[in-house]
Write a protein that binds this ligand. Structure first.
Ligand code: NDP
Length: 510
């Protein structure tokens, strides 16, 4: 063997040739290990620090690189540079995730899926931080932490609890629309390639002339939506807990690059006030008939990460990363997320997380933030304060203006959302059940609910589950009651009678 054919010499992290990869430094063959064996000691020290805290939500993720390409002219709606010309391509990193489970959790459990995208645009990074569902469980950020706690683990046993989940959901009727989707087969997508992504939130766009629009994003899978049944999803948790991660990686390696078509719903700014639903309520969709989606472009994922930790784990998305031409909306959950995401990355990855290659923009950064742990990029000798007389960068309000909206000044207080004429917590879930789902979808929805609410959920809670679904649709309530064994004449007379009353009450009101 020539020297050239040898592997390269291992080194310390300072690049010094390592003394040995196999033997620690000892006093004689059986003697104590010397503390000054810095190579082995540093190996241990680094190993102990290999993990950063996992995300409290969306801990288990899979990711890939790709691009977004504009296919239709949307300059009448937005001045965003990366959407400025048909054919324009922007590099993207995508991270998909389950929500409630930890890092090692099986991929195919029933859960919404995160659908996060980082567009490395010429005007800085634009992050889209959505889910595979068009709505969410709550509409006020004060309930978010409680909702997540209810999906996680009990403090005493350390176990998840269906009873706890139904307790929160049935006490929070605004969750019904999202729970209907979660309990449908869309709660167990077959692969990450076979699910849609949605902004869920309403955002705003502004064109070069200053005209503003309210918008919703829909990334529609070109592979087609495909889901596992409850049984198939459960079987896959045992067969391959990393099934979704493996599938995405294998497909891209094989050149079967997954693709999504971006379709937008666009509402003229002035129509929000009179719209039949509150257009900023995260528990509602805008029916397609009201605002038909228009095609904007395509998202293609064509390159796997080289290093899972550096790219997938350390990628950090932030809904406040909006480029000129794209803005927020009065959705309270969205406004809260603009604080929460940056804050969690500061804690989890560190104050300079945006300097890591996966998070760094492809454009020059000229900010007045400085120093902190792990500073890598710095601005040299530029002034460290603004305003200054020494040529430091200056904000350009014409380019970076906030996208605002009129606000009726009111008393400072804690308010529910303003109700529009058709707003109702159960209405859109009922429409989904009656008008969109097929007979098979409805059948699976019932069996999925029954299976979930049968597992360590007590009688009283089951009655609340029945009432919840009877509010969505009386027939659905009756089917859930029957599935849970609470139909009239079943062995549990008391609970059955109550269930029958609940369903009948809803039916009379419907
Ligand atoms: P449409 O008939 O125009 O659209 C219904 C949409 O529902 C479909 O385009 C599809 O969205 C989605 N869908 C189809 N099957 C299922 C399923 N089994 N589970 C969940 N979603 C499904 O109706 P509307 O726009 O008038 O909305 C009616 C209901 O459809 C809403 O109340 C809502 O529950 C649901 N929905 C509506 C969406 C919207 O943005 N308008 C988006 C998703 C669901 P997709 O093409 O995005 O897969």
């Amino acid at each position: 063997m020539t020297d050239d054919s040898k592997p390269p010499a291992s080194t310390t992290d300072s690049g010094i040739p390592a003394p040995s990869d196999e033997y620690s430094l000892t006093v004689g063959p059986a003697g104590p290990i010397a503390l000054h064996d810095h190579y082995v000691v540093q190996k241990m020290q680094h190993f102990n620090r290999e993990r950063v805290p996992e995300r409290v939500v969306h801990a288990k993720g899979s990711g890939a690189h790709g691009f977004f390409e504009v296919t239709e002219d949307v300059t009448q709606f937005t001045k965003a540079g990366f959407l400025a010309a048909v054919g324009k391509r922007t590099p993207v990193f995508a991270r998909f995730s389950t929500v409630a489970g930890e890092q090692g959790f099986p991929d195919t459990v029933r859960d919404p899926r995160g659908f996060a995208l980082k567009f490395y645009t010429e005007e800085g990074n634009y992050d889209h931080v959505g889910n595979n569902t068009p709505v969410f469980f709550v509409r006020d950020p004060s309930k978010f932490q409680d909702f997540i706690h209810s999906q996680k683990r009990l403090p005493d046993t350390g176990m998840r609890s269906n009873d706890m989940q139904w307790d929160f959901w049935t006490l929070s009727p605004e969750s019904a629309h999202q729970v209907a989707i979660l309990m449908s087969d869309r709660g167990t997508p077959r692969t990450l390639r076979n699910m849609n992504g949605y902004s869920s939130h309403t955002y705003s766009w502004v064109n070069a002339g200053g005209d503003r629009f309210w918008v919703k994003y829909h990334f529609k899978t070109v592979q087609g939506p495909e889901n596992f049944t409850d049984d198939e999803a459960k079987a896959m948790t045992a067969e391959d807990p990393d099934f979704h991660r493996r599938d995405l990686r294998t497909a891209i390696d094989a050149g079967e690059c997954p693709e999504w078509q971006l379709e937008m719903q666009i509402m003229p700014f002035a129509e929000a006030g009179d719209y039949r639903f509150n257009p900023f309520d995260l528990t509602k969709v805008w029916p397609h008939g009201d605002y038909p989606p228009i095609v904007v472009g395509r998202l293609v994922l064509d390159r796997n990460p080289e290093n899972f930790f550096a790219e997938v784990e350390q990628s950090s998305f932030n809904p406040s990363n909006l480029v000129p031409g794209i803005g927020l909306s009065p959705d309270k959950m969205l406004m809260a997320r603009t604080f929460s995401y940056h804050d969690t990355h500061l804690h989890r990855v560190g104050p300079n997380y945006e300097q890591l290659p996966i998070n760094a923009p492809k454009v020059e950064v000229r900010s007045y933030n400085k120093d902190g742990a792990m500073t890598y990029r710095h601005a040299g000798a530029q002034p460290v304060y603004a305003p200054n007389s020494y040529g430091g960068p200056q904000a350009d309000p014409a380019r970076g203006a906030d996208l605002g909206w009129p606000v009726d000044a009111g008393e400072l207080g804690r308010y529910a959302y303003e109700k529009h004429r058709e707003d109702d917590d159960f209405g859109q879930a009922g429409t989904l059940y009656r008008e969109v789902m097929s007979d098979v979808d409805r059948e699976h929805l019932v069996t999925n609910i029954v299976s979930h609410a049968s597992s360590e959920v007590g009688d009283e809670m089951q009655l609340r589950v029945i009432a919840y679904w009877a509010n969505v649709d009386p027939e659905l309530g009756a089917r859930v009651a029957a599935g849970l064994g609470h139909e009239n004449g079943s062995s549990d007379g008391h609970a059955s009678a109550q269930a029958a009353e609940l369903v009948a009450g809803r039916a009379n009101r419907a």
